[in-house]
Design a protein around this ligand. Sequence first.
Ligand SMILES: [Zn+2]
Length: 249
Amino acid sequence: MTRKLFASALTALALIVLFASPSSAAPSRHDIVGVKTLGGGVREYTVLNPTGSATPTQLRTWLNQRGYRTDQVTAAVGCSPHVGTANALCGAKWSYGPFNDPQVYFLDHSGDTWPVTDARIDWYQAPGIDAYYRWYTAGCPGGGRHCVNVYSASYGQTGWYAQTTWQTSGGYFVDGSMQIQLNNSTTPNTYAARRSVACHEMGHALGLDHNTGTTSCIKTYLFQAPAFPQHPTSNDFSVLNALYPKAGT
Ligand SMILES: [Zn+2]
């Protein structure tokens, strides 16, 4: 083996080690989440969907530079109900309003390459919560219905495919605070990749944390094999069903 080849092999090995266990300091599903305390009991969270091109430390630094703390979030995400490999976000969920199931409208501002409509169909199958789709110009219907704005843009080589941000207060998500940002710059421009990333972020927006298995679109590292799963799993649906039990039961 030439010296150059040996060096390449070492580099490859280092990358494998780096990305195979990128979160030795914390459970993987807790990685790359930031929190800000906004006062009045309101907290803002944001979670990054890593591309693997930046280390977890680099991503945490990116969050720190935007005012998010990353040192106290392990207790704030990945809460019960847990079903199989699926988990709920901690600390907040959607309120019912006057409905039997929380009503969540995805308001789509994203470009044509992002199959938000198709990804929404998967989440509409989930029991316990109803996920609807609207082009953003139709606006948020109000009346106790919740809206999640979904944007896409070329956010640059950020090291994340997408970012979902929300605020919590009194155990519920704050209306109007939940937003998804889909990154054209980093996400492969294929239907499979973009559907998977959209599916992932929409799952967060309904109240799910990462699925620690390999086949859900809301697994932590979408680039890991099998890359870019297209759908949630039945475990993800079961967590939603437990998180949002039928009102009055
Ligand atoms: Zn995520």
